[in-house]
Design a binder for this molecule. Structure first.
Ligand code: PEP
Ligand code: MG
Length: 308
């Protein structure tokens, strides 16, 4: 019993009946890895690479990028690291990339869309990731932000493989991508749902706008329905579907996400112990029941009431 209790505190994520859900950490650099270690994260589910690029007037060079990625890969010593290619634009403008004066930057040339105009930036980043991987032998998965179409996913996956990297995925942040999750999974190895942006684009509500917090609530049934489309698509082909937005950090919502077919949750490390404990208290069957209740609820308030 003591061993079981200890495993609930530090072991791999699982439901009460032993169904595994990977509990991963969001990091921005190797500096965040000790916090992930402290809570026994099973890997990194979102390595945001923007940090290295912030405040630069020029792109960081290949060697500098290799060193930064290698630091994180080494610190995670063998555990999975899902690294996201540069997510510039909207709430993360980068001086050397984003054009001034886009009237709607959140709807503009951001995330993977930058590669339309500056393909060499993505190519350099993939080359640096591949080199850092080969120097460390790390379990590296690569994903792109802000993907909307099958064509974008296909082109990105090809670029990842051309760089010699084995695992290519896309983030689901745009409703169009969620609706076509099954198509996307024909060309990529995994999906990772960015609920911060997926909420923003589903509800047409700026993620930075506190006055619209009710629309950005991750318990909104419409958001959960889109997550369920992705989860079903993943189950159908047995490919991983993670959540790496803020929604993954809500212990009450975690069983619902698992019931919708989500196979990993990535969050800021401090949130991880409560999520681990919440999952340990429910069976997989119960997760599926709670997911059906939440999606069928008329609104977020009712969804919470039905589940919590
Ligand atoms: C998201 O959009 O949910 C996400 C994880 O990416 P970011 O918050 O960095 O945009
Ligand atoms: Mg995002």
């Amino acid at each position: 019993q003591l061993a079981a209790a200890a495993s609930t505190l530090t072991g791999p994520g699982q439901t009460s009946d032993g169904y595994g859900i990977k509990l991963l950490a969001n990091v921005g650099s190797a500096k965040n890895v000790p916090a992930a270690d402290e809570v026994h994260a099973e890997g990194v589910g979102l390595f945001r690479t923007e940090l290295l690029f912030l405040d630069r007037t020029q792109e960081p060079g290949l060697d500098e990028q290799i060193a930064a990625y290698r630091d994180v890969f080494t610190a995670m010593s063998g555990r999975r690291v899902v690294i996201r290619t540069l997510d510039a634009g909207a709430d993360k403008p980068l001086p050397f990339l984003n054009q001034e004066g886009e009237p709607n930057p959140a709807l503009g040339v951001r995330g993977l869309r930058i590669a339309r105009q500056r393909p060499e930036v993505l190519a350099t980043q993939l080359a640096a990731i591949a080199e850092a991987r080969s120097q460390t032998g790390a379990d590296v998965w690569v994903m792109a932000p802000m993907v909307s179409t099958l064509a974008e996913a296909t082109t990105f996956a090809a670029a990842v493989r051309d760089a010699g990297l084995p695992k290519a995925g896309v983030m689901i942040e745009v409703p169009a991508a969620a609706l076509r999750a099954a198509d996307l999974l024909q060309v990529v190895d995994f999906l990772s749902i960015g609920t911060n942006d997926l909420s923003q684009y589903t509800f047409a509500a700026d993620r930075m706008c506190g006055a619209l917090a009710d629309l950005l609530d991750p318990w909104q049934p419409a958001l959960l329905q889109l997550i369920g489309i992705c989860g079903d698509a993943g189950r159908a082909v047995d490919k991983p579907v993670g959540v790496c937005g803020e929604a993954a950090a809500d212990p009450g919502l975690a069983p619902v996400l698992v019931g919708l077919g989500v196979t990993s949750l990535s969050m800021s490390p401090r949130a991880l112990p409560a999520v681990r404990a919440a999952l340990a208290g429910v069976s997989e069957e119960e997760c599926r029941r709670l997911a059906r209740l939440a999606v069928a609820a008329p609104d977020a308030v009712e969804a919470r009431k039905l589940v919590l």
